[in-house]
Design a protein around this ligand. Structure first.
Ligand code: ADP
Ligand code: X2W
Length: 262
């Protein structure tokens, strides 16, 4: 089986042009087939604020009314995706920027209203991903760059958490590639103390995650990130890491961030 790296880059790094530049250089230098998935929640929140549309987040998911959907579509599918593709092209990486609607790569389902109406938020799993289309782009020598916008197959765009997209894409691709999933963000990985750079947890098992959650060591966006990461490792993805975008170049020595163990 050929190797494939599915790399997700978080919003705090995207918002820092020097860090983003270095990350895209390191991404370009990675050997083998690769797919990049990006968020950009921080930039969408800032643009929303300037337009008088205040972000509402519940359990790390953005409540996406029609105004918010317009903003996230402009920011994720337009501003961030196209700038990232242009920067990758300048670095010699033949990137192609896509939403889930393009080539029907990700058909999601609008989250049903229960206690909370999340609005135009898409839920998905590996069966929502067209691995054949991604495979054909890879075989044509292209590097797919997927943003956090999907569709429902009935004209509706949906806002979808980028960590969840990365996990679902990695699981879908793992039937034809030996796939690694790497979550890159601004910290060194899962930390025992988020303010102490020396407190990196180098390996984490499922039962330890439950314990760290109960103790409050992991909180906020790290909880859904680890949940998505464990879903991937349980569902056939060969290796899953969470670590610092600045250190991506170390991934081939397997000396990177926190490694998840089944
Ligand atoms: N134990 C922990 N180790 C590292 N980060 C943690 C931890 N607990 C909570 N966090 C928080 O989780 C955040 C990452 O989640 P999120 O903001 O969703 O990531 P991304 O930027 O990739 O979208 C970090 O910025 C950090 O503040
Ligand atoms: C439904 C939902 O919450 N979607 C996310 C998509 C962007 C994202 O995931 O961005 P980060 O990776 O930078 O957090 C949002 O709008 O914030």
């Amino acid at each position: 089986m050929n190797k494939l790296s599915v790399i997700k880059i978080g919003g705090n790094v995207i918002d820092n042009s020097a860090k983003l530049h270095q990350f895209l250089l390191d991404f370009t230098a990675l050997p083998g087939d690769k797919i990049l998935i990006h968020g950009g929640g921080k930039i969408a929140t800032e643009l929303g604020d300037s337009l008088g549309v205040t972000a509402k987040m519940v359990d790390g998911r953005r409540i996406t009314d029609i105004e918010t959907l317009r903003i996230v579509t402009m920011v994720y599918a337009g501003l961030i995706n196209k700038n990232m593709v242009a920067q990758l092209q300048a670095k010699g990486c033949n990137a192609i920027g896509l939403t889930g609607a393009d080539g029907n790569i990700i058909k999601a389902v609008k989250r049903p209203v229960k206690d909370i109406d999340y609005g135009f938020v898409g839920d998905l799993d590996a069966s929502s991903v067209s691995s054949a289309t991604l495979d054909s782009l890879l075989k044509a020598g292209m590097v797919p760059v997927l943003c956090a916008i999907t569709h429902d197959g009935d004209s509706q765009l949906l806002n979808t958490n980028a960590d969840t997209i990365a996990s679902a894409v990695a699981v879908a691709m793992s039937s034809s590639y030996e796939t690694s999933l790497v979550y890159c963000f601004e910290k060194r990985g899962v930390m025992l103390d988020v303010d102490d750079d020396t407190s990196l947890v180098s390996e984490i098992r499922m039962h330890e995650f439950d314990q760290l959650k109960e103790e409050g060591v992991v909180s906020g966006g790290m909880i859904p990130k680890l949940h998505n990461a464990f879903e991937a490792i349980k569902s056939g993805v060969a290796a899953v890491y969470i670590g610092k975008a600045d250190e991506l170049a170390q991934i081939d020595q397997q000396n990177f961030g926190t490694r998840l163990i089944k």
